[in-house]
Design a protein around this ligand. Structure first.
Ligand SMILES: Cc1cc2nc3c(=O)[nH]c(=O)nc-3n(C[C@H](O)[C@H](O)[C@H](O)COP(=O)(O)OP(=O)(O)OC[C@H]3O[C@@H](n4cnc5c(N)ncnc54)[C@H](O)[C@@H]3O)c2cc1C
Length: 404
């Protein structure tokens, strides 16, 4: 049997196996609102629930499938993981919440870390024992990341950290932070003065203050460093190499570089869900799905969603991406997050006066699911680089336009 055919059969068997596993292991509704994205983990019960679920998924062998066995993975191919993730999505399984570890810190450590770092950190990321957060953004420096001011000063075998970070997803629950800090204030180029740390959040002098979102939910914090001492060997790479490492991290975050451990990070809310809603909501005695103008708009959105899927497939065929190399990976975040924002906005507009209701209101369509989904979607169009910044990246790095 050819290797290709063998893999196809193996994947077929895996599909049946994981479908059966989900059927028997998907947890019952916990009776509280579960997050739609990993950026809404805002209470202990939600955290405990998701931690247990991720541990279970990993124990069953369905997370980190393409990571090496010696770090807690299974040494299989990304195709195995993709198949499992797709089945989890279809079944609306809960998310695997430790995304900053699974998706960004983990692949970074696998690729750039020392053997010591790989052995120390990777398994805890997969089994959900060690939650990770990301300390990049600061109160006045989000898009302009190169200007961050948090200082890291070498003092013997430690670095002393002073400053503050903001929008730290799961900052109050994390054991480790990927931290970007300034080790040289007078560097000729501001980027050369930055260093990258795998910092323990338990260090004295680090404190967090939860921030509430416009949805009323929590999920991120402001994080303060006051003479916080972290061991000098927490630095990743050399002093002054932080910018390069941070940029690689952002490539994982924006989905432009592969290597993530897998797991669903965001509940999939797709056109099929919108069609179901449009079939339920009535205007002048008939379902909206029968209204001609609505149908026209829905078809336009369906075409866009299909185009997104086909574009993803095109990514796997190099000859079809030759005109503008990297264009698809660099534009992926912008295209998909903006599409889903518009799609969710349209979902609300279909609800007429009920569109202004929210979770907890008696008459809210689907219990306010679409309103919550719309507002939480802004997390994806802002976090990891805003849509405007993504558009700049496409303009400069794909189309070759001037910076100003
Ligand atoms: C839900 C959520 C979770 C997050 N989690 C984390 C986290 O865990 N860790 C972390 O470090 N950060 C996190 N962030 C922060 C996020 O990365 C920043 O919010 C983002 O980079 C934007 O920075 P800012 O908020 O400072 O906005 P600003 O940079 O002040 O931008 C304000 C506005 O100006 C526009 N703008 C700025 N610069 C340009 C430009 N050059 N060209 C055109 N327009 C521009 C922006 O698009 C935006 O509309 C999170 C954000 C959100 C919403």
């Amino acid at each position: 049997m050819s290797i290709e055919l063998e893999q196809q059969n193996e994947l077929k068997e895996l599909r049946a196996e994981v479908t059966d596993w989900i059927k028997h292991n998907k947890p019952a509704d916990p009776g509280f609102l579960l997050p739609q994205t990993f950026m809404e983990v805002g209470s202990e019960p939600v955290l405990d629930f998701l931690r247990e679920w991720q541990h279970k998924v990993w124990s069953a062998g369905y997370l980190g499938m393409a990571w090496p066995e010696k770090y807690g993975g299974r040494g299989l191919s990304p195709a195995h993981q993709n198949l499992v993730d797709a089945q989890m999505k279809l079944a609306r399984a809960p998310i695997c919440f430790n995304v900053i570890g699974l998706g960004w810190a983990g692949p970074l450590i696998l690729d750039k870390g020392t053997e010591y770092e790989r052995e120390k950190y990777l398994k805890g990321i997969l089994n959900a024992e060690d939650i990770w957060c990301q300390g990049f953004s600061e109160p006045n420096h989000g898009s302009d990341l190169g200007s961050i001011q948090t200082r890291a000063e070498r003092d013997g075998s430690d670095y002393i950290i002073n400053g503050s970070k903001i929008w730290t997803t799961m900052g109050n629950y994390a054991k480790y932070m990927i931290l970007l800090a300034r080790t040289e204030a007078q560097a000729e180029r501001k980027y050369n003065g930055l260093s990258f740390f795998l910092a323990p959040m338990s260090a004295e002098g680090i404190s967090t203050q939860p921030i509430q979102k416009l949805t009323g939910e929590y999920g991120f914090t402001e994080t303060f460093f006051t003479d916080a001492r972290i061991p000098a060997d927490c630095i990743m790479g050399e002093e002054g190499q932080g910018w390069r490492i941070a940029m690689q991290t952002l490539q994982y975050e924006r989905g432009a570089e592969a290597g993530a451990a897998g797991g669903i990070s965001i509940l999939s809310i797709v056109m099929n869900d919108l069609l179901k809603m449009a079939a339920k909501v009535e205007r002048e005695g008939q379902p909206l799905l029968k209204d001609h103008v609505t149908r026209d708009n829905l078809v336009k959105l369906l075409i866009e969603e299909k185009a997104l899927h086909l574009t993803d497939k095109r990514l796997g065929i190099p000859a079809l991406c030759a005109d503008y190399p990297n264009s698809l990976s660099l534009s992926g975040k912008l295209r998909s997050t903006e599409f889903y924002r518009r799609m969710r906005q349209y979902a609300q507009s279909l609800q007429g006066t009920q569109g202004s209701l929210y979770v907890g209101d008696d008459q809210a369509v689907d219990g306010g699911f679409w309103q919550r989904a719309y507002l939480n979607n802004f997390s994806t169009t802002i976090g990891g680089g805003t849509s405007q910044v993504q558009a700049n990246i496409v303009g400069e790095h794909v189309l070759g336009l001037p910076k100003d």
